[in-house]
Design a protein around this ligand. Structure first.
Ligand SMILES: Cc1cc2nc3c(=O)[nH]c(=O)nc-3n(C[C@H](O)[C@H](O)[C@H](O)COP(=O)(O)O)c2cc1C
Length: 294
């Protein structure tokens, strides 16, 4: 199905794009107006765009219904500072509540039941319940249009961040990704939860060039048992490894003995076995199995 965005209404475009560009991290933005009135609202059009300087961008759009500016945007135009609170699973229902369109001047900390804590370098308060808070100065607001739904990019520099001790690694030197229980926004009413159960690692040596899938032997590239993920793992090595005569496992021995008279079936069984090893992250073993086919 081909979706021509120009033929869709703003709401339809938003729905198609939000389901596809998903999950999106949530910026829970605490801002303040010139009179010192605090506002707190979530924005999932948000990400990190630079580390040097450390820049994040989020976008409170013009309201689709009446084209009004969101209170958060008005506030950062008055006081160019924001605290971006990172949202975890324990907070998600209250965060959603805070996205109700309360009139300007209503403090969503109170409406949604969060606790204000003073920041060190900016005026808007931190959300105490958040596992991480980023204190930011707004550098620029870039309007993407004047009509309803038009994004208003708030480009902000992160001055400092607060990280709860409970989400640090044992040495206290870095955030332990598994200790955070982050949530992200998907399409419609869907959210995603990212904790130790859902996390996995992809090995990527950035000092060496992976040989590439085009450098794999043709029978491996065309294998009906090895998926794109398997080929990606195999091709992440710099070169095809040498055969290790000492390598052996029971399954490999059985395959070699049993299918000795049928090389085609032997190759299929070796590929199946290699696929299982790759699913366990055993790339070196998988290579030895594949090389055993001769
Ligand atoms: C998880 C979540 C993410 C949201 N992301 C955005 C967004 O990226 N941009 C936007 O304009 N509104 C977004 N909204 C809606 C705003 O939070 C909502 O319009 C809110 O009332 C704005 O508050 P304000 O007028 O006090 O700034 C989101 C709502 C939720 C619950």
């Amino acid at each position: 199905m081909l979706i021509q965005l120009s033929e869709k209404t703003t709401m339809e475009r938003q729905a198609w794009l939000q389901h596809a560009i998903s999950p999106r991290p949530i910026c829970f933005a605490s801002t303040i107006d010139a009179q010192g009135k605090v506002n707190l609202s979530p924005f999932s059009f948000f990400n990190l765009f630079s580390s040097n300087p450390p820049i994040v961008v989020f976008s409170p759009s013009r309201r689709g219904r009446d084209n009004a500016l969101k209170n958060t945007l008005e506030n950062v135009l008055e006081v160019p500072e924001v605290v971006i609170n990172i949202v975890d699973y324990n907070m998600v229902q209250q965060v959603s509540l805070s996205s109700c369109e309360y009139p300007k001047g209503v403090n969503e900390f109170e409406k949604a039941g969060f606790t204000q804590m003073p920041a060190t370098s900016v005026r808007p308060p931190l959300v105490k319940e958040a596992p991480i808070q980023l204190e930011c100065k707004v550098l620029e607001v870039k309007s993407l249009g004047e009509t309803g739904g038009a994004g208003q990019l708030v480009i902000a520099e992160v001055i400092c961040m607060h990280v709860a001790d409970e989400v640090l690694n044992e040495a206290g030197t870095m955030i332990d990704q598994r200790k955070l229980d982050l949530v992200a926004r998907c399409g419609g009413n869907w959210y995603a939860r990212v904790n130790a159960h859902h996390l996995f690692e992809v090995e990527k040596p950035n000092t060496q060039l992976g040989m590439g899938i085009d450098a794999l032997p043709y029978n491996i590239q065309r294998s009906q048992f090895l998926t794109g993920n398997h080929l990606g793992q195999l091709a992440n090595l710099t070169a095809i490894p040498d055969i290790d005569p000492a390598y052996s496992d029971d399954q490999l021995k059985n395959i070699v003995q049993y299918y000795a008279i049928n090389p085609t079936e032997m190759e299929q069984e070796l590929h199946r076995h290699a696929a299982r090893l790759l699913d366990q992250g055993r790339v070196a073993d998988a290579w030895q199995v594949l090389l055993s086919g001769g």
